[in-house]
Design a protein. Structure first.
Length: 488
């Protein structure tokens, strides 16, 4: 493993900013148009999110190699048993579970740079394939070639064969050979045998991690095939110690949360949520100021507040749309023999050349939930919905506990602790719980004082976003006749 990079070292390795001084630009418009056609490869702005992902990837790859040091022969045994028990539904009973390696999941808005970030990090910050020999000095007795990572797309067919075809094609490319795909693309190989073959060659080539992109494709797969695919990923992770990086848009969230066994494996090494850039944030202005320098016009001008507003209006903070509109506007400027960008040109290019994405951008700008639901992969509200569902579930559970038991003073304190540790709830939900708690107190003294307690508590709880301690104190201390010790 290479040493872990500091933030400064990481930025220095990753950043690409091949800016050209306007005075050094050629006069010929055609030459500058040719330069614009490859402009997007001349710029890459590093953000905190990139470094966060790098650290997560380093963690799981390092963990993989540490596990392999002590589990090498157990992995070999597992692979042999896996092959011998291909048709055994209780396969897990015959395999030895290793020290768990973590997986990483990256979900977020399409176009923010999730896939390209992972690809660049794996390509730049981790070594190219390394050949291993028994004698490293004379390079004799070749053993194997170590491959640090392979990235494939989740097949829309949902088949392990689809994963295998892509895996072996990329393995051939990494090793510079034409061997594995030719061998395993043959139809005689069943899905079960291909799954074992992937495990064998992952281990043989000391694969650091397997990256599965386009996780949202699993939404189109029948549940039985989705289950088989996730079971295959589980076997790779648990019995061959291969960490997996999953990448998907927001429509992947429902897939992740449909089964806790799936979710706990997907989030074992952490879940990175990557949303679009927000207007007014320092990160958006930093990215835009850096991108502004990527110009092939003779008089670039200044990045004014009106220009910043125009860029955000047409892109809604989606990085790919931002760079696309920036390059397209310069091409239009050259066509019109202009040498400076302006906000009207930005908006006009978006109107003329990027009509297909405008309804999606408008839906992001809108608060209309129906419009957002039309484009599930960009609808970040799914995360809020999950939090609300979780909070509502916890609320229902607490209310059920309260309704089915006669609370003692200690019981009230326990429920109090549960509520205070619950995810964020609305004021209405807080009051609903407090009312249920009061209704469950059955002593005569408290019943007599309940009406006044409820009235006082409602005024103190509604609008209070901190805790419910006030209502319980009101129950305990409302009058001299209310003694917490008598609450049963």
């Amino acid at each position: 493993m290479p040493p872990r990079l500091s933030l400064q070292e990481f930025v220095q390795k990753m950043r690409v900013n091949h800016f050209i001084n306007p005075d050094d630009l050629p006069q010929d418009v055609i030459e500058r148009r040719n330069m614009l056609s490859i402009a997007r490869f001349q710029w890459f702005q590093v953000t905190d999110k990139h470094y966060e992902i790098y650290n997560h990837i380093y963690d799981i790859v390092n963990q993989r190699y540490e596990v392999c040091k002590g589990e090498y022969f157990n992995i070999v045994t597992n692979l042999k048993d896996w092959e011998a028990n291909i048709n055994n539904k209780d396969l897990c009973l015959s395999l030895k579970k290793l020290y768990a390696v973590d997986n990483l999941t990256i979900i977020g808005m399409p176009g923010v740079g999730k896939s390209s970030a992972v690809e660049n990090i794996l390509r730049i910050c981790f070594p190219a394939p390394i050949k291993h020999f028994n004698d490293s000095h004379t390079l004799q007795h070749y053993i194997t070639t170590q491959v640090f990572s392979i990235k494939v797309n989740c097949p829309s067919s949902g088949s392990i064969k689809g994963i295998a075809d892509s895996f072996f094609r990329h393995l051939d490319l990494a090793l510079g050979v034409d061997m594995y795909y030719r061998k395993y693309s043959n139809s005689k190989w069943s899905a079960e045998k291909l799954a074992v073959a992937i495990g064998v060659w992952c281990h043989q080539h000391h694969l650091g991690c397997l990256c599965i992109d386009e996780l949202g494709n699993m939404d189109k797969i029948r549940s039985v095939h989705r289950k088989a695919l996730m079971n295959f990923f589980k076997n790779l992770s648990e019995y061959v110690a291969i960490p997996i990086i999953f990448i998907g848009a927001y429509d992947s969230v429902q897939i992740m949360c449909e089964n806790y066994q799936i979710l706990r494996r997907l989030e074992s090494g952490g879940i990175v949520v990557w949303d679009k850039l927000q207007k007014g944030d320092k990160e958006f202005e930093t990215v835009l100021k850096s991108m502004w320098k990527l110009q092939y016009l003779k008089n670039p001008g200044q990045l004014t507040k009106k220009m910043i507003d125009a860029y955000y209006e047409v892109s809604e903070g989606i990085l790919s749309k931002l760079i696309n509109i920036h390059i397209a506007a310069q091409k239009r400027a050259l066509q019109l023999k202009l040498e400076t960008l302006n906000e009207d040109l930005i908006r006009q290019v978006d109107l003329d050349s990027m009509q297909l994405s405008r309804p999606i951008i408008d839906s992001l700008r809108s608060n209309d939930q129906h419009r957002k639901n039309l484009y599930g992969d960009v609808n970040s509200d799914v995360l809020t919905a999950l939090k609300t569902t979780k909070a509502t579930t916890q609320l229902d559970q607490i209310l059920e506990i309260i309704s089915k038991s006669t609370l003692t003073a200690e019981g009230i304190k326990t429920v109090e602790t549960i509520i205070n540790n619950t995810a964020e709830l609305t004021d209405q939900e807080k009051y609903k719980m407090s009312q249920a708690l009061i209704d469950n107190v059955t002593t005569k003294e408290v019943k007599e004082s309940k009406e006044s307690v409820t009235k006082d508590s409602q005024s103190s709880i509604i609008g209070n976003e901190s805790t419910l301690n006030g209502i319980y104190e009101a129950v305990r201390n409302n009058s001299s006749t209310v003694n917490p010790a008598t609450i049963k």
